[in-house]
Design a binder for this molecule. Structure first.
Ligand code: NAP
Length: 289
């Protein structure tokens, strides 16, 4: 495949709409399916999956491509779109991009024969995506917390890509920021940046936070830790499913937990789409041209 002419954008949320428009604005021919929106789509043409299979070199599926390993993640489409052998067959001979593909592979053995790329697995994607995710988390905090972020006591659990950006933003808003990590290097860096460091395994020994942001994709907020969490603390869990909180225990202990998923698509679809586009172009430039 040496051409980069025609993209099919299939399913997904507002990110996919912004992505389709952005590709069309770059001069590519773009068709979209299962994006039933009243919003004008500029030069993007609506098409069926069959037409996309016929006309497009590249197909871009959403992030996540599926939640249930059975249907396409297509919140803007009225009807359920089954991910089955029929769907996969139409993708044969295409170059297919998507986010969190392992669940898609479970829907048909035909995917084994299809050239697929998971943009969500790429570091540059996760690093850039941390910005809209952190902004989205702060937006939720501002909405839910009755005080100001300025002067609030915040804990950021985890000092990875999201944890780093989020801590920086919270400090910029003049919150009192504590950050947890498990490696001595991260704890040293946390200190250097002017945050209060705490070992993740010792979170349960501290208290008094107004807001807790969890970025750790493991159940750090288990029954024991939650039992030490004040009822008026707001815990915003950013980790992808299954998340970092024992939700059942949180419910029983009346801890206010907000599971905040897919924030880039919700709060900054245009920026999130540009991040997806840049990642896909990097993949294409590295391997396909
Ligand atoms: P990351 O860079 O890998 O950072 C993860 C952090 O969690 C690191 O500090 C890591 O510590 C720590 N960690 C991992 N497993 C741990 C464990 N068992 N115990 C203690 N600490 C542990 O990931 P990220 O890019 O920041 O993303 C974090 C999560 O958010 C992921 O689940 C990701 O899928 C999700 N996400 C959510 C959204 C949203 O909209 N909510 C958007 C994008 C991503 P070490 O460095 O020591 O391993």
């Amino acid at each position: 495949m040496t051409r980069m002419n025609c993209f099919g954008v299939v399913g997904g949320d507002k990110r996919q709409i912004a992505l389709a428009k952005s590709l069309a604005a770059d001069g590519y021919t773009v068709y979209c399916a299962f994006l039933d929106t009243a919003e004008p789509l500029a030069d993007v043409k609506k098409a069926t999956l069959h037409e996309i299979a016929e006309l497009c070199d590249y197909v871009i599926l959403p992030l996540p491509v599926t939640e249930d390993a059975r249907t396409l993640n297509a919140p803007l489409c009225e009807n359920e779109v089954l991910l089955d052998d029929h769907f996969a067959k139409l993708m044969q001979e295409k170059i297919v991009f998507g986010g969190m593909l392992p669940k898609l592979y479970k829907t048909s053995e035909i995917w084994n024969e299809i050239e697929t790329y998971d943009y969500n697995e790429r570091d540059e994607f996760a690093v850039r995506n941390a910005v809209p995710t952190a902004e989205g988390a702060i937006e939720i905090a501002m909405h839910e917390y009755p005080g100001t972020i300025n002067g609030s006591k915040c804990l950021v659990a985890g000092f990875g890509r999201i944890g780093k950006v989020l801590s920086h933003m919270l400090k910029g808003l003049e919150a009192e920021v504590t950050v947890s990590a498990r490696s001595p290097q991260d704890l040293a860096a946390i200190e250097q940046f002017g945050y209060h460091p705490i070992q993740t395994c010792k979170i349960h020994e501290t208290s008094g936070y107004d807001l807790i942001f969890n970025t750790i994709p493991a159940v750090v907020f288990d029954r024991k830790t939650l039992s030490k969490t004040a009822i008026n603390t707001i815990l915003i869990d950013l980790a992808s499913r299954p998340g970092g909180v024992d939700f059942e225990a949180a419910h029983k202990l009346s801890v206010h937990v907000i599971q905040a998923l897919s924030l880039p698509g919700k709060v900054a679809p245009k920026a999130a789409a540009e991040i997806i586009k840049r990642t896909i172009f990097n993949i294409i430039e590295e391997g396909l041209l």
